[in-house]
Design a protein around this ligand. Structure first.
Ligand code: NI
Length: 129
C-alpha cells in the first residue's frame, strides 16, 4: 500500500451540473482505470444503440429515467438507483417529455454514448469539466 502524494478531492455533482446546460452532451468529470464518470442532462428520447464490448452504468441524480429495451421492456430509475446495461444489449434512455433528467454514466474511455451509431446526437470528444 502506498500513500497518495496528494489527497483526492470530493467531486460535487450539483456543482458540476451547474457548469453546463446543453442536453445530451456527456461531460467528463473524472477518470479511473480506463473508465470515465460522465454527467449528462437529458430530456425526451435518445437513439437506440448498444455497446458491443462494454457494460454501461446509469445513475440518475435528479428526475426519473427509463432505459428501454427491445421487446417493449423498460427499467425505471429514480435518484439513487443504478442500472448496469450489459454489453451488446440494445437500449434507449428516455425521460418524461417535460422533465429534464440529470444523470451520471460510467463507461470505458473508449465508449461512444451512441455506440456504433453515428447520429446527430453523437458527441465525439466529451468536454471535461
Ligand atoms: Ni448506451
Amino acid at each position: 500500500m502506498s500513500e497518495p502524494s496528494k489527497l483526492p478531492s470530493a467531486i460535487d455533482l450539483g456543482h458540476k451540473l451547474d457548469l453546463f446546460d446543453k442536453q445530451w452532451t456527456p461531460h467528463r468529470i473524472a477518470t479511473f482505470d480506463q473508465h470515465q464518470l460522465v454527467l449528462a442532462k437529458v430530456q425526451g428520447e435518445f437513439v437506440w444503440h448498444d455497446h458491443a464490448d462494454h457494460d454501461e452504468v446509469f445513475l440518475p441524480v435528479n428526475g426519473t429515467l427509463w432505459i428501454d429495451f427491445e421487446g417493449g421492456e423498460s427499467v425505471e430509475l429514480g435518484p439513487g438507483q443504478v442500472l448496469v446495461v450489459p454489453a451488446g444489449v440494445a437500449h434507449r434512455p428516455r425521460t418524461r417529455p417535460e422533465e429534464e433528467v440529470q444523470l451520471l454514466i460510467i463507461d470505458p474511455l473508449t465508449v461512444q454514448h451512441t455506440g456504433a451509431m453515428d447520429s446527430d446526437r453523437t458527441v465525439q470528444d466529451y468536454p471535461t469539466i
